[in-house]
Design a protein around this ligand. Structure first.
Ligand code: EPZ
Length: 423
């Protein structure tokens, strides 16, 4: 079983280059299904979630070629049956985007109920409500959602909750529908804007992405395009947190500083120096952090996908902090692992009360999900002694070459494949 072994206490110095955004890539790759031509996608991250979505497309008959490590050429022409592989779909949440893309192109889709990180209930009612308003009916049989339409007609859709997934899925279904679709209370995340830009580069007419009202005028055809995906906001935030934990002076390259504003603001409140430039930020920290309170919110609020990493930092900050998880019902499963490292954290419903300790101690821990794994890395880099992280497949789903990137700035981190290697 693979493990990450990290010995804390090494200051980090140098440069880390951020990869393309996972949550943009996993929306844009399925969106290629809507194209009537061949698409080339650049700045694609080399991560497991992308491999899975590629494999699902290949199994449906699409041609997916790696031009190089970060570029894909996808030709959806060979897709004959709009049915996604059950076992692969069960691995990841974003496979639900196949519903919108297949429905938009073929007026039908069979996609298993999606898997992904376990944060309690993860409903898709808003996705299905949106499809219904556009004219599609759905049934759920044997764990599979089947969506069917005779035609899709643009309409007015008000989302009851701000949902990234529902916003993406409705955009995908509406882009070739007849007439205008308006999504109100839409998600505003950078990857929503990136998806809209990609669709528009294929000839779609999507306006307002990045605000809470998105207007889509349906078009009949979409052409092939070449498109470069935005940098990963959460990967960048995770490495910023890593520097704050270990201490050091690191330049985080290939970022859009505007996307990092809420993270930058919190880290500054914790006493960290952050300088912003056009496409990089410099993070300087002595590893000593001040307490602060954090509430997660949809964009432009503080991202829930950075909540575990910032909690790991607050566990060794000076004073008591309150972390309020306001997006997911339950995203504190990883707290037990931080407690093993000596963290003093009490979870009460959606709140975590974090009493900062002078330092945490390295012990064996598990990555209970993707960002939980990221939090273990952040904690381990600033802890005394050696931390072994198990279940790292979760981390590999969303972080490209985490060992290479952290080693290059001086972290003592190794990927261990066997017990012998560990000895
Ligand atoms: C996306 O998940 C991200 N995943 C998640 O990142 C992220 O945590 C989340 O957005 C919030 O930012 C991808 O982009 C692939 P939502 P998604 O629909 O789309 C409720 C990571 O670590 N809701 O915005 O599944 C839901 O219960 C991952 O990279 C409904 O009630 O999230 C939640 O409370 C983990 N009905 C809230 O909305 C619905 O139909 C936000 O969920 C849909 C959602």
């Amino acid at each position: 079983m693979e493990k990450l072994v990290i010995t804390g206490g090494k200051m980090l110095h140098g440069t880390i280059k951020i990869s393309g955004a996972k949550n943009a890539a996993v929306a844009i790759i399925p969106a290629v299904i809507l194209s009537d031509g061949v698409c080339v996608l650049e700045n694609i991250p080399d991560i497991e979630d992308v491999n899975i979505i590629d494999e699902i497309l290949c199994k449906m008959g699409a041609s997916v070629k790696h031009i190089d490590k970060t570029s894909l050429e996808i030709d959806p022409a060979g897709i004959k049956k709009p049915v996604a592989d059950y076992d692969l779909v069960r691995h990841m949440r974003a496979s639900s985007y196949l519903m919108g893309a297949l429905l938009g192109k073929y007026l039908r889709a069979d996609v298993a109920l999606p898997g992904g990180c376990d944060f309690g209930v993860r409903p898709v009612d808003q996705h299905l409500k949106g499809f219904g308003i556009l004219g599609a009916a759905h049934t759920i049989e044997n764990d599979t959602i089947k969506v069917r339409a005779d035609k899709l007609v643009g309409n007015h859709i008000y989302l009851d909750v701000v949902s990234v997934g529902a916003t993406v899925n409705i955009m995908l279904a509406a882009v070739k529908a007849e007439g205008r679709t308006t999504i109100e209370n839409a998600a505003k995340e950078p990857h929503i804007v990136d998806l809209a830009n990609f669709l528009n580069s294929m000839g779609a007419d999507v306006r307002g992405a990045g605000t809470d009202v998105i207007k889509i005028n349906g078009v009949k055809k979409l052409r092939g395009t070449t498109y470069s995906i935005i940098p990963d906001q959460i990967e960048a935030g995770t490495y910023m947190a890593a520097v704050c934990s270990a201490g050091g002076d690191v330049t985080i390259q290939n970022v859009i500083p505007k996307h990092l504003e809420s993270i930058t603001a919190k880290l500054r409140e914790m006493g960290v120096t952050i300088e912003e430039f056009d496409d990089y930020v410099r993070v300087v920290s002595n590893g000593k952090l001040k307490r602060c309170n954090v509430t997660t919110m949809p964009h432009p609020g503080f991202p829930t996908d950075m909540q575990p990493q910032i909690t790991a930092l607050l566990a060794k900050a000076n004073g008591t902090s309150i972390v309020n998880e306001a997006v997911w019902d339950y995203r504190f499963r990883y707290v037990t692992e931080l407690q093993r490292m000596g963290a003093d954290i009490v979870v009460d419903g959606s709140l975590a009360i974090v009493n900062g300790k002078e330092s945490l101690t390295g012990v064996p821990v598990k990555a209970t999900d993707l960002r939980a794994g990221a939090a273990m890395i952040v904690a381990a880099l600033g802890a005394k002694g050696t931390t072994q992280i198990e279940d790292i497949r979760h981390i590999q789903r969303g972080y490209e070459d985490v060992v290479g990137k952290l080693s290059s700035v001086g972290a003592d981190i190794k990927l261990i494949r066997t017990e012998d290697e560990l000895k």
